[in-house]
Ligand binder design. Structure first.
Ligand SMILES: C[C@@H]1N[C@H](CN)[C@@H](O)[C@H](O)[C@@H]1O
Length: 439
Protein backbone atom coordinates (compact mmCIF):
# COMPACT_ATOMS: atom_id res chain seq x y z
CA UNK A 1 0.00 0.00 0.00
CA UNK A 2 1.51 3.29 -1.11
CA UNK A 3 2.15 5.64 1.84
CA UNK A 4 0.38 9.01 1.67
CA UNK A 5 2.14 12.00 3.21
CA UNK A 6 0.16 14.77 4.87
CA UNK A 7 1.32 18.35 4.39
CA UNK A 8 2.86 18.50 7.85
CA UNK A 9 6.50 18.39 8.99
CA UNK A 10 5.61 15.45 11.27
CA UNK A 11 4.35 13.39 8.33
CA UNK A 12 7.29 14.38 6.12
CA UNK A 13 9.76 13.32 8.80
CA UNK A 14 8.53 9.74 8.35
CA UNK A 15 10.06 9.73 4.85
CA UNK A 16 13.02 7.36 4.55
CA UNK A 17 15.94 7.74 2.13
CA UNK A 18 15.06 5.24 -0.64
CA UNK A 19 17.28 2.23 -1.30
CA UNK A 20 18.14 3.37 -4.85
CA UNK A 21 19.75 6.55 -3.48
CA UNK A 22 21.62 4.69 -0.71
CA UNK A 23 22.85 2.13 -3.29
CA UNK A 24 23.48 4.50 -6.21
CA UNK A 25 26.58 6.30 -4.86
CA UNK A 26 27.48 8.19 -8.05
CA UNK A 27 25.55 10.85 -9.95
CA UNK A 28 26.25 13.30 -12.77
CA UNK A 29 25.37 16.95 -12.14
CA UNK A 30 24.79 19.10 -15.25
CA UNK A 31 24.92 22.91 -15.34
CA UNK A 32 23.84 24.04 -18.78
CA UNK A 33 22.20 27.32 -19.78
CA UNK A 34 22.72 30.84 -21.12
CA UNK A 35 25.96 31.16 -19.11
CA UNK A 36 27.37 28.35 -21.31
CA UNK A 37 27.54 30.87 -24.19
CA UNK A 38 30.11 33.27 -22.68
CA UNK A 39 31.61 30.31 -20.74
CA UNK A 40 33.94 32.55 -18.76
CA UNK A 41 35.06 32.95 -15.17
CA UNK A 42 38.39 33.68 -13.52
CA UNK A 43 40.07 30.57 -12.08
CA UNK A 44 40.42 31.60 -8.46
CA UNK A 45 39.40 29.33 -5.56
CA UNK A 46 37.26 26.35 -4.57
CA UNK A 47 34.09 27.29 -2.68
CA UNK A 48 34.96 27.36 1.01
CA UNK A 49 38.66 28.10 0.42
CA UNK A 50 38.09 31.84 1.00
CA UNK A 51 35.29 33.69 2.84
CA UNK A 52 32.09 34.39 0.80
CA UNK A 53 32.85 38.13 0.69
CA UNK A 54 33.40 40.80 -1.96
CA UNK A 55 36.70 39.25 -3.08
CA UNK A 56 34.93 35.93 -3.79
CA UNK A 57 31.87 37.41 -5.47
CA UNK A 58 33.79 39.88 -7.68
CA UNK A 59 36.21 37.12 -8.74
CA UNK A 60 33.64 34.31 -8.80
CA UNK A 61 35.06 31.12 -10.38
CA UNK A 62 31.52 29.86 -11.08
CA UNK A 63 30.93 30.55 -14.81
CA UNK A 64 27.19 30.05 -14.19
CA UNK A 65 27.33 33.24 -12.07
CA UNK A 66 28.25 35.30 -15.15
CA UNK A 67 25.15 37.55 -14.84
CA UNK A 68 26.06 38.66 -11.33
CA UNK A 69 29.78 38.78 -12.13
CA UNK A 70 29.09 41.41 -14.82
CA UNK A 71 26.28 43.03 -12.83
CA UNK A 72 28.69 44.06 -10.06
CA UNK A 73 30.27 46.34 -12.67
CA UNK A 74 33.94 45.46 -12.14
CA UNK A 75 36.31 42.47 -11.97
CA UNK A 76 37.67 39.91 -14.49
CA UNK A 77 34.27 38.78 -15.85
CA UNK A 78 33.05 42.35 -16.26
CA UNK A 79 36.24 43.27 -18.13
CA UNK A 80 35.92 40.14 -20.30
CA UNK A 81 32.29 40.96 -21.10
CA UNK A 82 32.99 44.56 -22.09
CA UNK A 83 35.93 43.51 -24.23
CA UNK A 84 34.17 40.57 -25.95
CA UNK A 85 30.53 41.73 -26.18
CA UNK A 86 30.60 45.45 -25.39
CA UNK A 87 29.34 47.46 -22.42
CA UNK A 88 25.73 47.61 -23.70
CA UNK A 89 25.34 43.90 -24.45
CA UNK A 90 22.63 42.52 -22.17
CA UNK A 91 22.87 39.02 -20.66
CA UNK A 92 19.34 38.29 -21.94
CA UNK A 93 20.72 38.49 -25.52
CA UNK A 94 22.49 35.19 -24.88
CA UNK A 95 18.99 33.63 -25.00
CA UNK A 96 19.06 33.96 -28.78
CA UNK A 97 22.67 32.86 -29.13
CA UNK A 98 22.27 29.57 -27.26
CA UNK A 99 21.31 27.05 -29.98
CA UNK A 100 22.40 23.65 -28.61
CA UNK A 101 22.77 22.79 -32.30
CA UNK A 102 24.92 19.68 -31.70
CA UNK A 103 22.97 18.38 -28.74
CA UNK A 104 22.12 14.68 -28.73
CA UNK A 105 20.52 13.76 -25.38
CA UNK A 106 20.76 10.03 -26.11
CA UNK A 107 24.53 10.39 -26.58
CA UNK A 108 24.80 12.17 -23.22
CA UNK A 109 22.73 9.45 -21.50
CA UNK A 110 24.90 6.69 -23.01
CA UNK A 111 28.03 8.45 -21.72
CA UNK A 112 26.55 8.78 -18.20
CA UNK A 113 25.74 5.06 -18.27
CA UNK A 114 29.29 4.21 -19.38
CA UNK A 115 30.57 6.45 -16.59
CA UNK A 116 28.87 4.18 -14.07
CA UNK A 117 26.48 6.87 -12.86
CA UNK A 118 23.19 5.77 -11.32
CA UNK A 119 21.48 9.18 -11.45
CA UNK A 120 21.64 12.54 -13.20
CA UNK A 121 20.68 16.01 -11.91
CA UNK A 122 20.09 18.77 -14.52
CA UNK A 123 19.61 22.49 -13.88
CA UNK A 124 16.03 23.40 -14.82
CA UNK A 125 16.38 27.06 -13.77
CA UNK A 126 19.61 28.47 -12.38
CA UNK A 127 20.01 31.83 -10.62
CA UNK A 128 19.69 33.70 -13.94
CA UNK A 129 16.03 32.65 -14.12
CA UNK A 130 16.23 31.13 -17.61
CA UNK A 131 14.21 27.90 -17.69
CA UNK A 132 15.28 24.80 -19.61
CA UNK A 133 11.66 23.65 -19.82
CA UNK A 134 8.41 25.13 -21.30
CA UNK A 135 7.20 26.80 -18.09
CA UNK A 136 3.69 28.24 -18.11
CA UNK A 137 4.94 31.00 -15.79
CA UNK A 138 7.57 32.63 -18.00
CA UNK A 139 8.48 32.87 -21.69
CA UNK A 140 12.15 33.22 -20.67
CA UNK A 141 12.72 29.57 -21.45
CA UNK A 142 14.43 27.19 -23.85
CA UNK A 143 11.14 26.23 -25.52
CA UNK A 144 10.46 29.80 -26.67
CA UNK A 145 14.05 31.02 -27.07
CA UNK A 146 17.44 29.70 -28.18
CA UNK A 147 17.34 25.88 -28.48
CA UNK A 148 13.52 25.93 -28.78
CA UNK A 149 13.39 22.50 -27.12
CA UNK A 150 12.16 21.03 -23.88
CA UNK A 151 15.71 20.35 -22.69
CA UNK A 152 14.49 18.93 -19.38
CA UNK A 153 11.97 16.60 -21.01
CA UNK A 154 14.28 15.41 -23.78
CA UNK A 155 17.12 14.60 -21.39
CA UNK A 156 14.76 12.99 -18.87
CA UNK A 157 13.49 10.62 -21.56
CA UNK A 158 17.02 9.75 -22.73
CA UNK A 159 18.32 9.18 -19.19
CA UNK A 160 15.40 6.94 -18.30
CA UNK A 161 15.93 5.04 -21.56
CA UNK A 162 19.34 4.09 -20.12
CA UNK A 163 17.62 3.00 -16.87
CA UNK A 164 19.22 5.83 -14.89
CA UNK A 165 17.36 8.03 -12.41
CA UNK A 166 16.62 11.64 -13.44
CA UNK A 167 16.89 14.45 -10.90
CA UNK A 168 16.12 18.13 -11.31
CA UNK A 169 17.93 21.17 -9.89
CA UNK A 170 15.93 24.33 -9.12
CA UNK A 171 17.31 27.66 -7.90
CA UNK A 172 14.63 28.21 -5.26
CA UNK A 173 15.63 31.40 -3.51
CA UNK A 174 17.71 33.26 -6.11
CA UNK A 175 16.19 34.42 -9.40
CA UNK A 176 17.77 37.48 -10.99
CA UNK A 177 14.71 38.06 -13.20
CA UNK A 178 12.85 39.04 -9.98
CA UNK A 179 15.60 40.72 -7.94
CA UNK A 180 19.06 41.43 -9.27
CA UNK A 181 20.81 43.80 -6.90
CA UNK A 182 24.51 42.97 -7.28
CA UNK A 183 25.58 40.24 -4.85
CA UNK A 184 28.89 40.87 -3.11
CA UNK A 185 28.46 38.82 0.08
CA UNK A 186 26.21 36.18 1.63
CA UNK A 187 24.01 38.81 3.26
CA UNK A 188 23.27 40.24 -0.21
CA UNK A 189 22.69 36.70 -1.43
CA UNK A 190 19.95 36.03 1.09
CA UNK A 191 18.64 39.65 0.99
CA UNK A 192 18.60 39.79 -2.82
CA UNK A 193 16.90 36.48 -2.80
CA UNK A 194 13.68 37.59 -4.39
CA UNK A 195 12.02 39.18 -1.36
CA UNK A 196 8.42 39.12 -2.59
CA UNK A 197 5.35 36.93 -2.11
CA UNK A 198 4.94 37.08 -5.89
CA UNK A 199 8.27 35.33 -6.32
CA UNK A 200 7.50 32.81 -3.57
CA UNK A 201 4.35 31.82 -5.49
CA UNK A 202 6.34 31.69 -8.74
CA UNK A 203 8.90 29.30 -7.21
CA UNK A 204 6.11 27.15 -5.75
CA UNK A 205 4.21 27.03 -9.06
CA UNK A 206 7.30 26.17 -11.11
CA UNK A 207 8.31 23.47 -8.63
CA UNK A 208 4.83 21.94 -8.93
CA UNK A 209 5.20 22.09 -12.72
CA UNK A 210 8.48 20.21 -12.54
CA UNK A 211 7.09 17.58 -10.16
CA UNK A 212 3.88 16.98 -12.08
CA UNK A 213 5.44 16.99 -15.55
CA UNK A 214 8.71 15.12 -14.98
CA UNK A 215 8.35 13.24 -11.63
CA UNK A 216 12.05 13.68 -10.82
CA UNK A 217 13.77 11.11 -8.58
CA UNK A 218 15.76 13.95 -6.97
CA UNK A 219 14.40 17.45 -6.25
CA UNK A 220 17.66 19.35 -5.81
CA UNK A 221 16.82 22.82 -4.54
CA UNK A 222 19.69 25.29 -4.28
CA UNK A 223 20.75 27.85 -1.68
CA UNK A 224 17.36 28.13 0.02
CA UNK A 225 13.62 28.65 -0.30
CA UNK A 226 11.84 32.06 -0.38
CA UNK A 227 11.08 33.04 3.23
CA UNK A 228 7.64 34.25 2.13
CA UNK A 229 6.96 30.77 0.77
CA UNK A 230 8.07 28.65 3.70
CA UNK A 231 4.47 27.90 4.62
CA UNK A 232 4.01 26.35 1.15
CA UNK A 233 6.81 23.84 1.72
CA UNK A 234 4.98 21.12 3.70
CA UNK A 235 2.37 20.86 0.95
CA UNK A 236 4.95 21.06 -1.86
CA UNK A 237 7.12 18.34 -0.34
CA UNK A 238 4.20 16.07 0.57
CA UNK A 239 2.91 16.48 -2.98
CA UNK A 240 6.39 15.57 -4.22
CA UNK A 241 6.58 12.37 -2.15
CA UNK A 242 2.96 11.44 -2.97
CA UNK A 243 3.83 11.88 -6.65
CA UNK A 244 7.34 10.37 -6.58
CA UNK A 245 7.26 7.67 -3.90
CA UNK A 246 11.02 7.04 -3.92
CA UNK A 247 12.00 10.66 -4.46
CA UNK A 248 14.67 12.46 -2.41
CA UNK A 249 15.32 16.09 -1.52
CA UNK A 250 18.49 17.79 -0.32
CA UNK A 251 19.07 20.11 2.65
CA UNK A 252 18.77 23.50 0.95
CA UNK A 253 15.27 24.42 2.17
CA UNK A 254 16.33 26.90 4.88
CA UNK A 255 17.36 24.00 7.16
CA UNK A 256 13.69 23.06 7.54
CA UNK A 257 13.87 19.54 6.11
CA UNK A 258 16.05 17.10 4.16
CA UNK A 259 16.61 13.51 3.13
CA UNK A 260 20.32 14.06 2.63
CA UNK A 261 22.75 16.81 3.54
CA UNK A 262 25.10 18.42 1.02
CA UNK A 263 28.73 19.44 0.72
CA UNK A 264 29.99 21.60 -2.12
CA UNK A 265 33.78 21.67 -2.68
CA UNK A 266 35.18 22.65 0.75
CA UNK A 267 31.90 24.14 1.96
CA UNK A 268 29.49 22.28 4.22
CA UNK A 269 30.10 19.36 6.56
CA UNK A 270 29.48 15.62 6.33
CA UNK A 271 28.36 13.39 9.18
CA UNK A 272 28.91 9.72 8.35
CA UNK A 273 25.93 8.78 10.54
CA UNK A 274 23.48 10.25 8.03
CA UNK A 275 23.24 10.24 4.25
CA UNK A 276 25.04 13.10 2.52
CA UNK A 277 26.13 14.08 -0.97
CA UNK A 278 29.32 15.78 -2.20
CA UNK A 279 28.96 17.98 -5.29
CA UNK A 280 31.68 19.77 -7.27
CA UNK A 281 32.65 20.71 -10.77
CA UNK A 282 35.56 19.05 -12.52
CA UNK A 283 37.40 22.36 -12.26
CA UNK A 284 36.44 25.37 -10.12
CA UNK A 285 33.16 26.00 -11.99
CA UNK A 286 29.88 24.17 -12.56
CA UNK A 287 29.01 25.97 -15.79
CA UNK A 288 31.39 25.42 -18.70
CA UNK A 289 34.45 27.67 -18.40
CA UNK A 290 36.40 27.63 -21.66
CA UNK A 291 39.48 28.68 -19.69
CA UNK A 292 39.48 25.36 -17.76
CA UNK A 293 41.80 23.18 -19.85
CA UNK A 294 42.69 19.55 -19.13
CA UNK A 295 45.54 20.50 -16.78
CA UNK A 296 43.26 22.77 -14.77
CA UNK A 297 40.62 20.23 -13.74
CA UNK A 298 40.55 17.31 -11.30
CA UNK A 299 42.74 14.37 -12.30
CA UNK A 300 41.21 10.96 -12.98
CA UNK A 301 42.99 9.58 -9.93
CA UNK A 302 41.72 12.37 -7.67
CA UNK A 303 38.17 12.01 -8.98
CA UNK A 304 38.15 8.28 -8.17
CA UNK A 305 39.82 8.97 -4.83
CA UNK A 306 37.04 11.47 -4.04
CA UNK A 307 34.37 8.91 -5.01
CA UNK A 308 35.97 6.25 -2.77
CA UNK A 309 36.44 8.51 0.27
CA UNK A 310 32.91 9.92 -0.12
CA UNK A 311 31.23 6.51 -0.39
CA UNK A 312 33.29 5.06 2.48
CA UNK A 313 31.94 7.85 4.69
CA UNK A 314 28.25 7.34 3.80
CA UNK A 315 28.11 9.88 0.98
CA UNK A 316 27.22 9.99 -2.70
CA UNK A 317 29.36 11.86 -5.22
CA UNK A 318 27.46 14.18 -7.59
CA UNK A 319 30.20 15.10 -10.08
CA UNK A 320 29.32 17.99 -12.39
CA UNK A 321 29.84 18.40 -16.12
CA UNK A 322 29.57 21.78 -17.83
CA UNK A 323 28.60 21.17 -21.47
CA UNK A 324 29.43 23.70 -24.19
CA UNK A 325 26.57 25.88 -25.52
CA UNK A 326 26.41 23.73 -28.69
CA UNK A 327 25.59 20.61 -26.66
CA UNK A 328 28.97 18.89 -26.86
CA UNK A 329 30.75 17.73 -23.71
CA UNK A 330 34.39 18.91 -23.49
CA UNK A 331 36.75 16.02 -24.22
CA UNK A 332 38.65 16.45 -20.94
CA UNK A 333 35.41 16.01 -18.99
CA UNK A 334 34.32 12.99 -21.06
CA UNK A 335 37.75 11.38 -20.49
CA UNK A 336 37.27 11.56 -16.72
CA UNK A 337 33.75 10.13 -16.84
CA UNK A 338 34.91 7.17 -18.97
CA UNK A 339 37.87 6.48 -16.65
CA UNK A 340 35.61 6.49 -13.59
CA UNK A 341 33.30 4.08 -15.41
CA UNK A 342 36.26 1.81 -16.22
CA UNK A 343 37.35 1.78 -12.57
CA UNK A 344 33.81 1.05 -11.41
CA UNK A 345 33.43 -1.78 -13.92
CA UNK A 346 36.32 -3.54 -12.15
CA UNK A 347 35.87 -2.31 -8.53
CA UNK A 348 32.18 -1.35 -8.36
CA UNK A 349 31.35 -4.38 -6.16
CA UNK A 350 32.86 -2.41 -3.25
CA UNK A 351 30.87 0.71 -4.12
CA UNK A 352 27.35 0.10 -5.47
CA UNK A 353 24.94 -1.18 -2.82
CA UNK A 354 27.67 -0.98 -0.16
CA UNK A 355 27.17 0.60 3.23
CA UNK A 356 29.40 2.58 5.51
CA UNK A 357 31.62 0.29 7.59
CA UNK A 358 31.93 0.66 11.36
CA UNK A 359 35.66 0.88 10.59
CA UNK A 360 36.57 4.50 9.98
CA UNK A 361 38.98 5.45 7.18
CA UNK A 362 42.68 5.46 8.14
CA UNK A 363 44.97 8.25 6.95
CA UNK A 364 48.62 7.14 6.98
CA UNK A 365 49.97 10.15 5.05
CA UNK A 366 48.43 12.78 2.75
CA UNK A 367 49.04 10.34 -0.09
CA UNK A 368 48.11 7.05 1.58
CA UNK A 369 44.66 6.32 2.99
CA UNK A 370 42.68 3.13 3.56
CA UNK A 371 38.89 3.15 3.37
CA UNK A 372 36.34 0.44 4.17
CA UNK A 373 32.90 -0.49 2.87
CA UNK A 374 30.65 -3.44 3.61
CA UNK A 375 28.25 -5.34 1.38
CA UNK A 376 26.44 -8.66 1.77
CA UNK A 377 28.58 -9.73 4.70
CA UNK A 378 31.90 -8.94 3.03
CA UNK A 379 34.32 -6.23 4.14
CA UNK A 380 36.12 -4.28 1.39
CA UNK A 381 39.49 -2.65 1.94
CA UNK A 382 40.16 0.22 -0.47
CA UNK A 383 43.82 1.28 -0.48
CA UNK A 384 44.31 4.75 -1.97
CA UNK A 385 48.01 5.46 -2.62
CA UNK A 386 47.86 8.73 -4.53
CA UNK A 387 50.74 9.12 -6.94
CA UNK A 388 52.51 5.97 -5.71
CA UNK A 389 53.35 2.96 -7.93
CA UNK A 390 53.86 0.69 -4.90
CA UNK A 391 52.78 0.77 -1.25
CA UNK A 392 52.88 -1.34 1.89
CA UNK A 393 50.35 -0.65 4.63
CA UNK A 394 49.42 -2.58 7.75
CA UNK A 395 45.73 -2.46 8.55
CA UNK A 396 45.07 -3.23 12.21
CA UNK A 397 42.34 -5.57 13.38
CA UNK A 398 41.99 -7.48 10.12
CA UNK A 399 42.45 -11.18 9.58
CA UNK A 400 41.48 -13.67 6.89
CA UNK A 401 41.96 -13.92 3.17
CA UNK A 402 41.97 -10.72 1.07
CA UNK A 403 41.41 -10.95 -2.68
CA UNK A 404 42.00 -7.98 -5.07
CA UNK A 405 38.92 -7.20 -7.20
CA UNK A 406 41.20 -6.19 -10.10
CA UNK A 407 43.07 -9.26 -11.39
CA UNK A 408 45.77 -6.90 -12.67
CA UNK A 409 46.59 -5.77 -9.11
CA UNK A 410 49.78 -7.47 -7.93
CA UNK A 411 49.75 -7.59 -4.13
CA UNK A 412 50.96 -9.68 -1.23
CA UNK A 413 48.90 -9.84 1.94
CA UNK A 414 50.56 -11.18 5.07
CA UNK A 415 49.23 -11.63 8.59
CA UNK A 416 51.20 -9.55 11.09
CA UNK A 417 50.66 -8.83 14.77
CA UNK A 418 47.06 -7.73 15.08
CA UNK A 419 46.38 -7.10 11.45
CA UNK A 420 47.11 -7.64 7.77
CA UNK A 421 49.97 -6.08 5.82
CA UNK A 422 49.06 -5.20 2.22
CA UNK A 423 52.07 -4.85 -0.10
CA UNK A 424 50.82 -3.59 -3.46
CA UNK A 425 53.51 -3.93 -6.12
CA UNK A 426 51.31 -3.00 -9.08
CA UNK A 427 47.92 -1.23 -9.12
CA UNK A 428 47.08 -2.54 -12.59
CA UNK A 429 44.44 -0.37 -14.28
CA UNK A 430 43.04 0.78 -10.95
CA UNK A 431 44.46 4.29 -10.85
CA UNK A 432 46.43 3.70 -7.63
CA UNK A 433 43.32 2.67 -5.76
CA UNK A 434 43.41 -1.07 -5.13
CA UNK A 435 40.34 -2.78 -3.67
CA UNK A 436 40.36 -6.04 -1.75
CA UNK A 437 37.46 -8.20 -0.60
CA UNK A 438 38.02 -9.77 2.78
CA UNK A 439 36.13 -13.01 3.21
C1 LIG B 1 25.76 23.59 -7.23
C2 LIG B 1 26.18 25.03 -6.98
N1 LIG B 1 25.43 25.58 -5.87
C3 LIG B 1 25.79 26.96 -5.59
C4 LIG B 1 25.16 27.48 -4.32
N2 LIG B 1 25.86 26.91 -3.16
C5 LIG B 1 25.40 27.80 -6.81
O1 LIG B 1 25.56 29.19 -6.53
C6 LIG B 1 26.30 27.34 -7.94
O2 LIG B 1 26.12 28.15 -9.07
C7 LIG B 1 26.02 25.87 -8.26
O3 LIG B 1 24.70 25.74 -8.76
Amino acid sequence: MKKRYASTWESLKEHQVPKWYEDGKFGIFIHWGLYSVPAFAPQTWELGEVPPDETWFSNNPYAEWYYNSINVGYGPSYDYHVQKYGKDFKYEQFADMWKAEKWNPAEWARLFKKAGAEYVVLTTKHHDGFCLFPSEYTDYNAWRRGPQRDIVGDLTDAVREEKLRMGLYYSGIVDWTFADDPILNNEDLFHTASPTFAYADYAYNQSMELIDRYAPSVFWNDIGWPRQGEQNLPYLLSHYYNTVEDGVVNDRFNDLFHDFTTKEYQSGSANRREKWEMCRGMGLSFGYNAMESDDKIISIEDAISLLVSTVANNGNLLLNIGPRADGTIPEEQEKRLLAIGEWLRVNGEAIYGSRCSSRESIKYTDQIQVHFTEREGALYVLIDAKGRSQVAVTVPGLRGNAIPLDPEVDAEITAVDGGLCFTVKNFGSSQNIAVFRLN
